[in-house]
Ligand binder design. Structure first.
Ligand SMILES: CC(=O)[C@@H](O)[C@H](O)COP(=O)(O)O
Ligand SMILES: NCC(=O)COP(=O)(O)O
Length: 237
């Protein structure tokens, strides 16, 4: 079974545009779960452009499915995550000024650092997933750091899906095989949508979870949140 974790960053983006509390992030997360989401993902960034540190705490008692916090494990992120204790932390190598995540870790060059932060998180009972490009070497590197899972960065897949979907999926099949062979759990995310999700799911064995935010929130403008979540869940059947 592949779980759908709904990323609610964009809900906070809309809220922050007016500085008030509309839409209310906690209500949307609760409703997303009620409508079928099997996890809630957030990606608090250092500039708090969408998810704030306070949001991270506010969501903790509310999320009853699986709480996944993504981000770059610099000291302030680590302090936050070790205090909130979500079910899963996903380590992403974001530059502070990046518009969005744009690459996976080099798990070989950063082995010492990733091993250290992974063991700190695991000591608190937090499952650790490392965000990587679809490269079997990087997947093996994540396993060597002690990660429980990898999250495959799917932006290149999404960007090439409409040009040549067989070519677009090929590196993900190899990376996923490596993850399964090494006993790692397997997540995926970034720019997955209603066009490209089903084909990804059908071709990637052992896919534990997808986290989807941007496209899902855009679709919700047209279909409503409940229908949209149901449409995404249908792609994962
Ligand atoms: C790791 C990943 O791919 C997503 O978390 C993505 O970074 C979403 O973040 P933004 O909503 O800030 O673009
Ligand atoms: N980990 C990926 C994620 O949470 C959502 O990415 P996107 O769907 O907003 O591109």
């Amino acid at each position: 079974m592949t779980r759908l974790s709904v990323n609610v960053n964009k809900i906070a983006t809309i809220r922050n545009a007016r500085g008030g509390d509309n839409p209310n992030l906690v209500k949307v997360a609760k409703d997303a779960e009620r409508f079928g989401a099997q996890g809630i993902t957030i990606h608090p960034r250092p500039d708090e452009r969408h998810i704030t540190r306070q949001d991270t705490y506010d969501l903790k008692p509310v999320v009853t499915t699986e709480y996944n916090i993504e981000g770059n494990p610099e000291p302030r992120f680590m302090e936050l995550v070790l205090d909130v204790v979500p079910e899963q932390a996903t380590l992403v190598p974001d530059a502070d000024d990046a518009i969005t995540s744009n690459a996976g870790w080099d798990t070989i060059k950063n082995k010492e650092f990733l091993t250290k932060v992974t063991s700190e998180l695991k000591a608190k009972g937090i499952r650790v997933s490392i965000f990587v490009d679809p490269d079997p070497e990087m997947v093996a590197g994540a396993a060597a750091c002690g990660a429980d899972r990898v999250e495959l960065y799917t932006e290149p897949y999404a960007a090439n899906f409409h040009k040549n979907k067989e070519e677009a999926i090929a590196p993900y099949i190899s990376a996923a095989k490596k993850a399964v062979e090494l006993g790692l759990g397997l997540n995926a995310g970034h720019d997955l949508d209603l066009d490209n999700l089903q084909y990804f799911h059908q071709n990637i064995e052992g896919l534990d979870e997808v986290s989807i935010g941007h496209a899902l929130v855009c679709d919700a403008l047209y279909y409503g949140l409940e229908n949209t979540i149901q449409l995404y869940l249908k792609q994962l059947k």
